[in-house]
Design a protein around this ligand. Sequence first.
Ligand code: BDR
Ligand code: CA
Length: 309
Amino acid sequence: LQKIILDVDTGIDDALGIILAVKSCEFHIAGITTVNGNVSLETATLNTCKILQLINADHDIPVYKGASAPLNRTPYFEHRIHGEDGLGGALRSMKVTKQPESLSAPDKMIDEVNAYPGEVTLIMTGPLTNLALAIEKAPDFPQKVKEVIFMGGVVSGPGNVTPVAEYNMFADPEAAKVVIHADFPRTTLVGLDVTRKALLKKKHIDQITNPELAHYVRDSTRDYMQRYYERNGIEGSALHDPLAVAVAIDNQLVTTENYYVDIETNSELCDGQTICDFQNRLEKKPNVRVCTDVDSEAFLQLFIETFNA
Ligand code: BDR
Ligand code: CA
């Protein structure tokens, strides 16, 4: 089993990523770490606990709370997309018994990687604040990680917060910059270029056999789908975060190329923009493995099969 830590700002698609990771038989999940992002840290943590209870994994998987704000910006929530509660109103009345651990998210990352050097993959589906804090605290930490796979950025095409910026990069660009330039053996970017092709449609939800899970997915994605339709004219929910989890399960789902990538942090119009040097204009060594395409059908099949496992 691959050792992973999953870092989330549990909104609607993070929740689906958690379910995919837990139900897949590929991982030993050392912990789920939470971060301020789509919703506040408290809400992201609460939602994570709810999802683990929903799938009866609350006794097996510990949750660790991380940063309650970006490194040096004010939080930018996405209630527009994820609803007031972050889960599109689903699980509103669930009684939560699971509690987070006392260790902080960055410390959990550092401890786990020190205990198993070269073995731990970090899957990041929120702003990269916790990982940046771990790097700042333990500068030798990146070399001991196996790989970082993060959902974030867009290398060609429009952003989803500003005309050029994807949400996770926009919410904490300084943290993203630290992560991108850190010395990880491999850093994989799963951006909007590919996640926009990973669309969960009504016909897929109809294939989920477990009634409780099908009900949850339908309920939590209803408004999310509607908003995606209003903006993009396409019926479906973009499975941004689940695709990052799926890349850890099966690398073959995506096409990748290595490029030099940087993040803009100092511009009125372009903060959070992902700059991918396709033509090596800057003559710098590639630092990121960028996903450029996805086999959407194979991904959706894996997603549904895992939900039905
Ligand atoms: C990313 O931003 C959040 O709204 C989603 O959960 C995903 O991680 C997509 O841009
Ligand atoms: Ca997310």
